[in-house]
Design a protein around this ligand. Structure first.
Ligand code: SF4
Length: 719
């Protein structure tokens, strides 16, 4: 406690704002909080009916606030860039699982376009119950500071905080203790932090905390994607703290609580009864996917070259099941989430870095970390994965971007594009976890080759071509990024629908828009282009729905009703969609159909596409993937699946592979696959009501009701 008091003594309050209490009404606080760090001004803005009608909440509100904050030429590091953290009208519900997500929106240092990223933890609900549907931060502070939102005393403060170190471990714990009334009150505090790497790299993320009463420790979930941590530090933020005591089932002041309870009862019974037989999320979390991906040749290995590896058994779910500690069925990152998939490893002894020798709690790993920090860089040592997982979180590094940039460098190292001379002496051979950790520590210290790697794969491919003489075309083919953001950890070579899911994703290569690999590749449910286009319309809209309401999507499809397969559209999980219509009506009082939910998303999705256009992107040329995500780049890759590719040449392309060299066959396969992708873009754009250049038509915007003058002005020269 004396350490905390010593820190507190150095704090200086530079702005204070006392606000009126305003209770949440049917899911909305009905105002947003705006902090201008340059002017040290704290104000509030009303939420208008138009905002609710057009943008619903969460990501929708955040996009609208950012749209109004910036100019057409604002860059991510201009003071006008807003960092917006929003909740959503259903966020904070406790009677249904997965209802506590924050969505972060800003101009990204990694993509230079609009980024949205979501994370668990308690921040978003606490922000709402403190009185705000979103927090919008613009300007830049002169000195490191902490924003404190005291939701019970209705006061906001900007406090200069010169002494605390930046890293999430131990900063999140220090701030929790500092702003809690006493030990028991720690559960009422949530903080957002990043880490030292956020001062230096473009793919720095944010950590969102919650207090785990079972462990009596602060834990973190990440809104990691796209560099919002870099923006956070560029504004000189050290932490954002919200304290709110008094959460109850009626905090959202819901219109029809019985309907929410009805939906909650239905899904909670399913989870209790069937999770163990289905994905076993409560024991293993998303790490259950490792062996499934491997089985279907979908686990990224060595920079997405291969889809399986014999050593995968060292990092599969059995390993993580044994490693996860405590009563796993209590591992939820928001109150009332019975899916409880947020597992962790207690007492893990670190071997490297500033905390070497300390025993720490590692949050995770989730599937993306096991695959990215594992097989994709050739590491099959669970302890090394845990160590990287911990330091990524602590330093504020996005694990997916880190993994892919390291994998890219390792492949360049293999081909001699990179040498130890250029890496500052680091041996970047596949599987060298020690070098990967060195890169990570360098990112935090702001030195060495680690800082170069931290600029992201899009930067690296140009840098390696210009500085080290690498072949630009080859580097482009193997740099696993879309729109500047590193692709998440699934192989898409054999699923053109998933290629579209990555390529057309608004923010870049992230699977939270569409995850169609199984439907397309494994179950063959999308044989025609029209069926693929329908899926690439429906699923991105449906998945958008979660982020405009402040929800986690895992309880939608990581558990299924037993009779789901007998329904008309089992891949949509109709019973769960019905649950969400009940919860929506239960909170807001407005009766909705499943189609109404899609309409809500479609408005926000199309608006975000126009937003991309406004900031210089958002057309067809930005919807392409590196060829590595579409097919074999090298002869070695072709030959690793020769039988499959030869068969495809024969049956799909009408070319007899006999007598052709591997390079010749590979070139013909590539031509075919790239043509197929062009065709896919055409049919998907048409289905979405976009021009052949990927721009929403005026008619489409009008039919959605988002034909605002400023929106039409952006698309007018692209019709
Ligand atoms: S399903 Fe998992 S990630 Fe989602 S809210 Fe529940 S515990 Fe958190």
């Amino acid at each position: 406690m004396s350490e905390i008091n010593n820190y507190l003594k150095t704090h200086k309050t530079i702005a204070r704002y006392d606000y009126q209490e305003q209770l949440v009404d049917k899911g909305y606080a009905n105002r947003t909080l705006h902090i201008d760090l340059s002017k040290k001004e704290i104000t509030e803005k009303p939420v208008t009916q138009q905002m609710k009608d057009l943008f619903t909440g969460g990501r929708g509100f955040a996009l609208w606030l950012l749209w109004n904050a910036i100019n057409d030429d604002t860059s991510w590091d201009d003071p006008e860039n807003a960092l917006v953290i929003a909740n959503g009208p259903l966020c904070g519900t406790t009677a249904y699982p997965g209802m506590g997500k924050s969505t972060v929106v800003t101009l990204s240092p990694l993509t230079n376009s609009v980024i949205d990223s979501n994370g668990g933890g308690f921040f978003a609900p606490f922000l709402k119950f403190s009185g705000f549907d979103a927090l919008e931060i613009t300007g830049k502070a002169d000195k490191d500071l902490i924003i404190v939102i005291d939701g019970n005393n209705h006061q906001i403060r900007l406090e200069e905080a010169p002494e605390e170190a930046l890293n999430t471990y131990p900063l999140a714990g220090i701030l929790t203790e500092m702003y809690a009334m006493d030990e028991r009150d720690q559960k009422n505090v949530s903080v957002i932090t990043s880490g030292e790497a956020a001062n230096h790299i473009r793919y720095a993320g944010l950590n969102i905390s919650y207090f785990d009463p079972k462990r009596q420790e602060v834990r973190v979930k990440q809104a990691a994607r796209g560099g919002s941590g870099r923006v956070f530090r560029d504004k000189k933020l050290k932490g954002i703290v919200v304290r709110y005591a008094g959460i109850s089932g009626s905090s959202n002041n819901p219109a029809k609580p019985d309907l929410i309870r009805k939906a909650g009862k239905r899904i909670n019974q399913e989870i209790t009864k069937y999770d163990e037989q289905q994905n076993n999320m409560r024991e293993i979390g998303t790490a259950h996917l490792v062996e499934i991906m491997e089985h279907f040749d979908l686990l990224p290995v060595h920079n997405f070259r291969f889809g399986s590896h014999p050593e995968h058994i060292k990092i599969d779910s059995t390993t993580w099941h044994d490693a996860f500690t405590q009563d796993k069925r209590m591992d939820s990152c928001w109150l009332g989430c019975t899916m409880a998939c947020s597992h962790g490893v207690d007492g893990f002894e670190l071997k490297t870095g500033p905390h070497a020798g300390e025993k720490v709690l590692v949050d995770g790993p989730e599937y993306e970390n096991a695959a990215g920090l594992g097989s994709n860089i050739g590491v099959f040592d669970p302890e090394a994965i845990l160590e990287m997982n911990f330091y990524c979180d602590t330093y504020g590094v996005d694990t997916i971007s880190f993994a892919n940039t390291v994998a890219f460098c390792m492949e360049c190292f293999q081909y001699g594009i990179l040498t130890e001379e250029q890496t500052g002496g680091l041996d970047l051979s596949w599987g060298n976890a020690s070098s990967a950790l060195d890169l990570l520590h360098q990112m935090a210290r702001g030195e060495g080759f680690g800082v170069v790697v931290g600029q992201g794969t899009r930067y690296l491919k140009t840098y390696f071509a210009e500085e080290f003489g690498g072949d630009p075309a080859f580097l482009h083919d193997i740099a696993m990024e879309v729109k500047g953001m590193e692709i998440s950890e699934y192989m898409t070579k054999e699923s053109i629908a998933q290629q579209g899911g990555y390529g057309m994703a608004l923010k870049g290569g992230q699977h939270d828009e569409a995850w169609l690999i199984f439907m397309d590749q494994v179950e063959n449910l999308l044989p025609s282009f029209e069926e693929k286009a329908e899926a690439l319309h429906y699923f991105p809209m449906w998945r958008t729905w979660f982020s405009i309401h402040g929800l986690c999507k895992l309880p939608w499809n990581d558990i299924k009703p037993v009779d789901n397969k007998d329904t008309d559209q089992p891949e949509r999980i109709p019973e769960h969609v019905e649950n969400y219509t009940w919860v929506y009506e239960g909170v807001t009082g407005n009766k909705v159909s499943p189609e109404d939910l899609i309409d809500q998303s479609e408005r926000v999705y199309n608006f975000q596409r126009v937003f991309n256009l406004r900031v210089g992107f958002g057309t067809r040329e930005y919807d392409f993937l590196p060829y590595r995500a579409m097919g074999p780049v090298t002869d070695e890759e072709y030959e690793s699946r020769q039988e499959r590719y030869d068969k495809q040449l024969k049956e799909l392309v009408n070319i007899d592979p006999a007598g052709l060299s591997t390079s010749e066959k590979n070139a013909k396969l590539r031509k075919y696959r790239e043509d197929q992708y062009l065709k896919l873009l055409d049919v998907v754009y048409k289905r979405r009501g976009w021009t052949s250049n990927g721009v929403p038509t005026k008619e489409k915007l009008s039919s959605l009701g988002i034909d605002l003058p400023e929106v039409l002005a952006v698309v007018k020269n692209h019709q």
